[in-house]
Structure formats: structure tokens, C-alpha cells
Design a protein around this ligand. Structure first.
Ligand SMILES: [Zn+2]
Length: 81
């Protein structure tokens, strides 16, 4: 189920109680896309708030990952020489 909070960000809830206001949540962490993960301490729901990464940022991130991959591969091939 997807809904939006006041700031217009996408919010996802995974499992948990539909009637719970999810008043006391703890942050579980965030991923590379800036999505934030919270868990409700009352009903155990996991709430995901979508990150603000724009398509522009997303592209930069992918470029960076590609670079990292390449350097990792270079290191690997260096060992073979
Ligand atoms: Zn809850």
C-alpha cells in the first residue's frame, strides 16, 4: 500500500496494523536511493519513506557505481598479471 505524507513524499507501509497511528517509530536505516526505513514499535510495521533523489542524482549515482565497478575490475586484473 502506498500513500503520501504532507511533504508529498511516497510512503510505503509493509505489514503491521492498519489502524495503528505508528506513533513511535525507530529508524532502521536508509539505502542508496535515500529511501528511509522505519519500524513501528507498536505494531511492527516497516515504513519506507521514498528518498528525494532526482533523476539527475540517480544518474550521477549510477555513473559513480560504474566507476567503482571498473576500478574493482582493474584491481582484479592487476592481480592476474
Ligand atoms: Zn504501527
Amino acid at each position: 500500500m502506498k500513500s503520501f505524507n504532507e511533504s508529498g513524499k511516497g510512503v510505503w507501509r509493509v505489514s503491521g496494523d492498519e489502524d495503528c497511528p505508528h506513533g513511535s517509530t525507530i529508524m532502521l536505516g536508509s539505502d542508496k536511493g535515500n529511501n528511509q526505513y522505519y519500524q513501528c514499535q507498536e505494531c511492527g510495521a516497516v515504513i519506507i519513506i521514498e528518498g528525494e533523489s532526482s533523476p539527475e542524482q540517480e544518474r550521477e549515482r549510477m555513473e559513480r557505481e560504474k566507476e567503482e565497478e571498473k576500478s574493482g575490475f582493474d584491481k582484479f586484473t592487476e592481480k592476474l598479471r
